[in-house]
Structure formats: structure tokens, C-alpha cells
Design a protein around this ligand. Structure first.
Ligand code: ZN
Length: 315
């Protein structure tokens, strides 16, 4: 496959007149051999579906946005396929979360010339407190609407650097989207503030809710901090069961992309109920329950409120 990137590295962008650079990028896309892309727009590739949806809201159709991982994928230990690497070569810009989420992503940055923007840059991180990841930042920063506003600003800046002529469009779209995110953030805090004080504990499989719990004033407990090979050990199950019993936690939860058998063990040991599935690391397919990031936040808020206020009810 011919390397259309020859002589057109990401470094060249910053030294080329922006409008010319974009024209080159567009023509490079449309003449790429070896893939079936027939879109003339620049390609913005994201590492997972949640940030792809955010980027689409800011891009306003000026660029094509695609996620490397598919809906429902396990994104922490993802194994890129040869096809992924080919798609990566088409990218004009790559958006990643950062905070150690995409350890598998190094394979792309080694091979692809496109610039990469790290969307969590500027976030006040929360360190992981257990499970062998102590002190490392929890990567799930997008689960806080406040943080999401920073993501959107970073997306706007990255798109503007790629396509300066679109600056006004990106700025306007970003502001409108940030208003929507803020509305969902207010809804979330209002809803979750209705959870009785005695039930304000969010027990999940993965520790993906540290940021949301911080925003909503919930105490967070989880079986394992970040999806990895050793999930749901007897020690993890025992520790969470003890917390659930001691605090009379009515409902525990598990995320859509992981096996919930360890949480089922907690339920057997404690008599807690299983709440609705929570979505964190991936959106659903378009016809599923959470096709967008805003749907994901709303869905999780409703599931948490229902689980913690109406014992035994599973939405
Ligand atoms: Zn995760």
C-alpha cells in the first residue's frame, strides 16, 4: 500500500499555511489506496465510542468522525486488529482520552503520522486508591459532566488546529453542546441529591464512577479499580461484601462491558439487589439504550437513583 503520508507529516502542518494544509489532507484522504473510504472530508479517529460522539457534536459534519473500538468493546485491554492499523493510517487527527486508558494505543502512535490530542488534558484527576493501581489517575474522567466541558474545549481546539477555516463552526457547536452537557449535569445532581443520606453509596464492578461520585456526593466502592485480567478475586468480593453489609447498601451495580458474576457473588453474600446495567466505557449501538454520551449520563443517573431509592427495583 502506498504511503500517502510521505512528505506530509504532522510536523508539516504547523509550518504550512493552514488552508493549504487542509486541502492536502482532504486530497490525501480521497486518493488513499487499500481502504474503502470514499469520504472527501478529513478523518478524525477516536479510541472509543464515547469520545467519538462528543467529537461528532463539535465537528458539525465538517469532518468524518470514527471510533477505532466498536460499541460494547472492552477498551482497557483492547487488542487492535490489522484492520484497525490500516484504518489508523487514514487518520488526519486522533483523539484519545489519556490518563493511561489506551495502553494499547501506542501501536498506533508508533505508526501513524497524524497528530494526537489528549482530551483529558486540564482535568483535575482523582487517583486510584486500591488494587495495584494506587496513585495512578483514574482514567474515567468523562463520567463527570464538569470534566466533559474540558473535553469539549480540547476537541474544539484540536479540530480548529486541523481545519482553521472551521473555527467559527466548531466554536458555536462546542458552546451549544456544552450547554446540553451542563443541563444533563444539573439533572444528574438534582436526581442524585434525592437519594437518602443512608443510601448514598455507589457499589460497582469497575471503579469507573469516581468523578461522577465526586460531583454527586456519593461514596464509591468497587470490586476492581480498572478492567484488567484479575477481576473479581475472592478478596475483592469479600471486601465489597463487608462494605455492603456494614452500610446496608440496598443495591449494587455492574457495567455493560464486564462480566457481572463477581457482583452476583456479592449479592448472594449480602442480600443486596442488582441494579440496572451502568454504561461507562462504551456507548450502545444506535438502536440500544445509550447511543450518545448524553444518553449514557442520563441512563446511569436514572439507574442509580432507582436502585438506591427503591430497593429491589431494577430499571
Ligand atoms: Zn473502564
Amino acid at each position: 500500500m502506498p504511503n500517502f503520508r510521505d512528505g506530509f507529516s504532522s510536523n508539516a502542518w504547523s509550518t504550512t499555511i493552514p488552508g493549504v494544509a487542509l486541502t492536502l489532507a482532504l486530497s490525501a484522504c480521497s486518493t488513499t489506496a487499500g481502504t474503502d473510504r470514499d469520504d472527501d472530508r478529513a478523518l478524525v479517529l477516536t479510541t472509543f465510542t464515547v469520545i467519538a460522539d462528543m467529537a461528532e457534536n463539535v465537528a458539525a459534519d465538517r469532518v468524518e468522525v470514527a471510533s477505532l473500538t466498536r460499541p460494547g468493546a472492552e477498551i482497557h485491554g483492547y487488542e487492535p486488529t490489522p484492520d484497525d492499523l490500516v484504518r489508523g493510517q487514514d487518520a488526519d487527527l486522533i483523539l484519545e482520552n489519556g490518563l493511561g486508558l489506551e495502553a494499547w494505543f501506542q501501536q498506533f502512535t508508533d505508526r501513524v503520522d497524524a497528530p494526537t490530542a489528549v482530551l483529558s488534558e486540564g482535568i483535575e484527576t482523582i487517583p486510584v486508591s486500591s488494587g495495584g493501581y494506587e496513585g495512578e489517575p483514574n482514567p474515567h474522567a468523562w463520567m463527570s459532566p464538569d470534566n466533559a466541558l474540558v473535553y469539549v474545549d480540547n476537541i474544539r481546539d484540536a479540530l480548529t488546529a486541523l481545519d482553521p477555516e472551521g473555527e467559527a463552526t466548531y466554536t458555536e457547536a462546542a458552546e451549544a453542546y456544552k450547554e446540553e452537557i451542563s443541563e444533563v449535569g444539573s439533572y444528574l445532581e438534582t436526581e442524585l441529591s434525592g437519594v437518602p443520606e443512608s443510601s448514598r453509596a455507589l457499589v460497582t464492578c469497575e471503579g469507573a464512577f469516581s468523578y461522577l461520585a465526586r460531583d454527586a456526593g456519593l461514596t464509591e466502592r468497587y470490586l476492581w479499580p480498572v478492567n484488567a485480567e484479575r477481576e473479581g478475586t475472592p478478596q475483592q468480593i469479600a471486601a465489597v461484601s463487608e462494605f455492603v453489609r456494614d452500610n446496608d447498601v440496598p443495591t449494587v451495580f455492574c457495567e455493560s462491558t464486564v462480566n457481572d458474576s463477581a457482583q452476583r457473588s456479592v449479592i448472594r453474600e449480602t442480600g443486596a439487589a442488582m441494579g440496572g446495567t451502568l454504561y461507562v466505557d462504551s456507548l450502545s449501538e444506535a438502536d440500544g439504550p445509550v447511543p450518545t454520551y448524553l444518553d449514557l449520563l442520563r441512563h446511569d443517573a436514572e439507574a442509580i437513583v432507582a436502585g438506591l431509592t427503591d430497593r429491589g427495583e431494577t430499571p
